[in-house]
Ligand binder design. Structure first.
Ligand SMILES: *Cc1c(COP(=O)(O)O)cnc(C)c1O
Length: 305
């Protein structure tokens, strides 16, 4: 069963203005659960269901948890999401609306996660937010759709948290014989786990996350994402929280679509016209989406950052 939907691929004159290249947007914000996670999580859940899974567990209060809740509803398989007390009520409401059981446990995410893992030991399948080959295979479908639409990018811009999207996009490029297409991998300051690993040439972790772009908040990227640095042309770029937030507000005005700062990071890289965007013809930006932002919150951040 396919959980995700095919998303529009649209040319954006407004995002591309002042650039010589055409800018194409892959509108993952329009997935039914609001982000590209529908692809990988949906694919993984379908696979595990066909292998006999009878319950799913997540420990993400963000878009990954919501995607598991959505997938479980589509597959008629019960979902439990364990989240720490710091999780916003709105996030809990969205997951409950999808029919998931939300258990609030612990002050810190790690406590919620440990409880989730103990539940997983009793037979439910734990769905990782970014580190699972099924997830990457599911995300790869995004590139299949771009190819089928007849657009061949010469640069792909995407955001990186734990690197699941990055790993899936590279898988999609490889399986479509497009392995030469470079990727601009964007993070925010304080959630720049790929950038620090690139700089150190070592698979290291951040000691803490200080960015407001919580969906990018993995202290260490997946081993696969780190390994891909040796196999694929990947350029790492870091933008500020303020740049990511302002990019969201700009994008909202231009395209009337609300996205999280995690997604705004990729847009900020475009709005800054950095060197790497020059001499390109077709730039593909993955509008990864996210349900965690409100207009009010974006405005507040824009003023306070
Ligand atoms: C999960 C997520 C990311 C980061 O994806 P990774 O696979 O962890 O790199 C970026 N943006 C949004 C909106 C997300 O939900």
């Amino acid at each position: 069963m396919t959980i995700h939907i095919q998303t529009p691929l649209i040319e954006s004159l407004s995002v591309g203005k002042e650039l010589s290249a055409k800018v194409w947007l892959k509108m993952e914000a329009l997935q039914p659960c609001g982000s590209f996670k529908a692809r990988g999580v949906g694919y993984a859940c379908s696979k595990y269901a066909s292998q006999g899974a009878c319950a799913f567990i997540s420990s993400s209060g963000g878009n990954a948890g919501l995607a598991v809740a959505y997938s479980g509803r589509c597959l008629s398989i019960p979902v439990t999401v364990v989240v720490p007390v710091t999780t916003k009520q709105k996030a809990i409401d969205l997951m409950e609306q999808e029919g998931a059981t939300v258990v609030v446990q612990g002050e810190l995410w790690i406590e919620a996660h440990q409880h989730a893992m103990s539940l997983a030991k009793q037979g439910a399948v734990y769905i990782h937010p970014f580190d699972d080959p099924y997830l990457w295979e599911g995300h790869a479908s995004l590139i299949d759709e771009v190819k089928a639409a007849g657009v061949k990018p010469d640069l792909i811009v995407l955001s990186v948290g734990g690197g699941g999207l990055l790993s899936g996009v590279v898988m999609g490029l490889q399986r479509n014989d497009w392995q030469e297409i470079p990727i601009l991998a964007v993070e925010t300051q304080g959630a720049d786990s790929l950038a620090v690993a690139v700089a150190a040439k070592e698979h290291i972790a951040l000691s803490a996350i200080s960015s407001i772009a919580t969906s990018l908040g993995a202290t260490k990227v997946a081993g696969q994402a780190f390994a891909l640095l040796q196999q694929h042309p990947i350029i790492s770029q870091v933008v500020s929280d303020k740049q990511a937030v302002d990019a969201c507000l700009n994008f909202l005005d231009e395209h009337r679509v609300l996205v999280e700062p995690a997604c705004g990071a990729s847009l900020a890289a475009i709005y800054q016209h950095s060197e790497i965007l020059h001499n390109k013809q077709n730039i593909l930006v993955i509008i990864c989406g996210g349900v965690g932002a409100t207009v009010e919150q974006l405005n507040q951040w824009s003023h306070s950052l």
